[in-house]
Ligand binder design. Structure first.
Ligand SMILES: Cc1cc2nc3c(=O)[nH]c(=O)nc-3n(C[C@H](O)[C@H](O)[C@H](O)COP(=O)(O)OP(=O)(O)OC[C@H]3O[C@@H](n4cnc5c(N)ncnc54)[C@H](O)[C@@H]3O)c2cc1C
Length: 310
């Protein structure tokens, strides 16, 4: 119930103005978001690199409603790639198709992505296409299979979500294609017709898909903070002779830093997903939905602040 409510709130952009003014919400966001500027994000990733971890920078913002917003986001990504190159950091970028204008004009969205991928290719780095709500899954995978992967090969990769019933099939298709996959559980509110409602099924599907990707995938990203699943990945790789260099663990900025560091110390590749930018509201709400313990605290504080102001 709480998770569903928070995920609903994450899609109500009008509430953002109200939440944004709240001091605690901003402090909580700062735990999960590196800052509002490219410079802040690059500073965060240099800190991660110093601890031996790689990063993927994500400019927050999704579902843009105009082509000028989409082009501005594209330009920020180009600037981000330039900055990563200039400082010599170990990082790539993660991009959402709806931020590049998918819902406004698919042709322009593709052009925006091509510009980012061409720049990434010229720098020898990589672009991950994040996966959004299930309404976009088919289109995202078709664009990947028909356009981006044929044109850019392994400069580009996708994300698959284990909560979707279709994902086992998509994993097999990506393995056959040689496409690079980040596997996550999935962060959005989805109907039972397309997604498993029971978390145990989501976790079991994650393990099945992860084993296939470890065995047959091209450098899969195992994106989870689930300690049990991470232990399973390590044991499975050891048992089947898969070297740690053939995959990487991925986690979110500000989540389970202890686990990120201990995996790195054990010799595993670890990449941290570093979001930055002013549009942090939906991202923060999705992170709260994953950890409802923070919510009562946040809501109590918001009510107290608004009573004080009135
Ligand atoms: C690198 C990366 C990229 C991602 N990209 C996408 C994407 O493109 N599309 C998409 O839909 N989703 C994406 N996600 C989000 C993902 O789908 C999950 O919503 C999120 O990772 C939580 O699931 P979990 O696997 O960590 O497992 P869970 O079962 O949710 O959590 C396992 C444990 O991790 C810890 N934990 C998890 N979340 C939090 C939190 N917010 N705060 C504190 N502790 C926490 C807790 O200890 C919890 O018990 C991404 C996640 C990662 C790590």
């Amino acid at each position: 119930m709480i998770r569903a409510g928070l995920l609903w709130l994450s899609e109500q952009s009008r509430i953002f103005g109200f939440i944004r003014g709240n001091g605690l919400a901003r402090r909580l966001a700062a735990r999960f978001v590196a800052g509002e500027t490219v410079e802040a994000a690059v500073a965060a990733l240099q800190g991660l690199n110093a601890s031996g971890m790689a990063a993927s920078l994500d400019l927050l913002g999704e579902s843009v409603t105009s082509l000028s917003e989409a082009r501005a986001a594209r330009d920020t990504y180009l600037e981000t790639l330039d900055r990563i190159r200039t400082v010599g950091a170990d990082a790539n970028v993660s991009v959402k198709l709806t931020q590049m204008g998918l819902e406004v004009d698919e042709r322009v969205c593709v052009e925006n992505l091509r510009a980012i991928m061409a720049r990434a290719r010229s720098y020898g780095t990589f672009v991950r296409i994040d996966m959004e709500q299930s309404a976009y899954t088919e289109n995202t995978l078709q664009l990947f299979k028909r356009t981006f992967h044929p044109e850019f090969g392994n400069v580009v990769g996708v994300v698959l979500q284990s909560y979707l019933r279709r994902t086992e099939r998509d994993v097999e298709e990506m393995i056959a294609l040689g496409g690079r996959v980040r596997l996550c559980k999935g962060a959005y509110q989805e109907p039972a017709t397309v997604a498993f409602p029971d978390k145990r099924d989501v976790d079991a599907n994650y393990v099945r898909c992860m084993e296939r990707l470890l065995e047959r995938g091209d450098y899969p990203g195992i994106a989870t903070h689930d300690a049990r699943i991470i232990a399973h990945a390590k044991a499975f790789a050891r048992r089947t002779g898969i070297a740690p260099q053939r995959f990487e663990f991925q986690m979110l900025y500000g989540v389970r830093r202890d686990l990120q560091l201990s995996l790195r110390r054990e010799g595993y590749n670890v990449r941290v997903y570093v979001p930055f930018g002013g549009h942090w509201y939906p991202y923060l709400m999705r992170r709260l939905a994953e950890r409802p313990a923070n919510i009562a605290f946040l809501l109590g504080n918001i009510v107290r602040e608004s009573l004080r102001r009135s």
